[in-house]
Write a protein of this length. Sequence first.
Lengths: 442, 92
Amino acid sequence: MTLLDRAPTSPFDAPVEGGTPRVGSERPSSDLAAPTGVRRLLAAAPADAGDHLATFGPLPDISPDRLLAELEFAGLTGRGGAGFPVHRKLRSARDATRAGRSGRPVVVGNGSEGEPLSAKDRLLLRSAPDLVIDGLLLAARAVDAGEVRLVADAELHPALQAVLTRRADAGRARIQLVAARGDFVGGEASAVVANLEGRRPVPRDHPVRLTIAGYRRRRTLVQNVETLAHLALVARFGGAWFRSRGTADDTGTRLVTVSAPGTPLTVLEIAGGTPLGAVLAAAGLDDAGVRAAGLGPGARAVLVGGYHGSWVPGSALDAPLDRAGLAPWGATPGAGILHVLPHGRCGLRTAAGIAGMLAAETAGQCGPCVNGLPRIAGLLDRLARRERHPGLPAEIARVSALVDGRGACHHPDGTVRLVASTLREFASDVDAHLDGTCEAER
Amino acid sequence: MSARLGLGIPTAPATQARPAGAGASAATLHVDWTACAARGLCAELLSNLLELDEWGYPRALGYGSDIPVGAAELADARVAVALCPRQALSLR
């Protein structure tokens, strides 16, 4: 895996908005110098306890109020995909009270990574487990948690258990390891809660937020492991430091996973808002890299956000990887996944393969998803195979409308998003396919 | 999984203007899709609000799991919630 420790183009030093900040103007809790480059989460040598302490210092003693204020100023958002502001989720878990329901909240570090194109959470748990555990402990302290769990692939458990055993603070908090489920939807927060409860790890209907009623109806804070690692750095070095990289729209740094068909997954730490092309270049998958790998003459499009993501055309790779920059294509930074479609590869065929996998990954609970996704995948497959039926795109749109927003989780919505983006960004190829030809493949 | 992006499907907020006489949205009818088994009783009881999709699941055009209910439909909605054989409906 490649690590990027400098901004690939211009430095992304975000100006502090509106004059003097109320918080974040001074580092709150660390005597050590903050990491200065873009390599933050990955600044210490991989999984080295001494190096972790030498690089970041001990767990800071920061009050919950101060931590929440610093997180708000930092603009840290969840790195599991949804991008929810972290300070709001923490505040909700801390403040929510339910009449007649006692019990302290549960904090869950979510390292489930069911998305096939993502490897950053596993990499982080391997290379910076102490930082993730720092974040778990700080979040647990901030919400006065009674229980703390860390969900990770079973194969990572021996190494993680060794870290937990070494650390007295982790021992006092009695952090328990839980085996992640490999299913695509198994990492969704309510599915993780079901897993903790010993039930089938599938999403559940939760009209009330998990921070109000989650694990065994208790207040439950589920945060992605990368989010927790960032939280641990914000607690040490402050919100202003966090914002000193990235754009105002995507503050700080984030881990991304970059790949192309047949290549290994490359994990990088980048500044928020780095142009897509610069991220690809850093991963060795710009046009030159794609050519060198024998994949084709360059990038035709990039799938941003993984199997639930959206396509950005190869002509628009100057777009910054932040919400505003990706909005024209209906994409978001999500969990930081970029997958290159080389020239010479059919986007419709690629998307049909993904849609078929997503249809197979339905948890089988919600009627519109169970019935609709296989239908959509089948229709897209017929289009990809150049069946000359002019009604196919309209039928895909019609069935998509029957599925969108009608599930307990966002699996149907994400699938519809991918398929809609495919028909939009490869519109001329849709016409070619309906004419029995293909723009990309013979 | 991130923000919901429709396919040009109107995603009207629950506070949208409703026809005069119907009053503003008085409550939200929530469908638990993990419980719903397409029995279809709700669409019969709330024919002004719900239709059945081609698989038999209740649907209000333009809405997903949370469907705004006007004051005029509130009584029927309460009956639908009470009679759903799968207890898949709730009013909030």
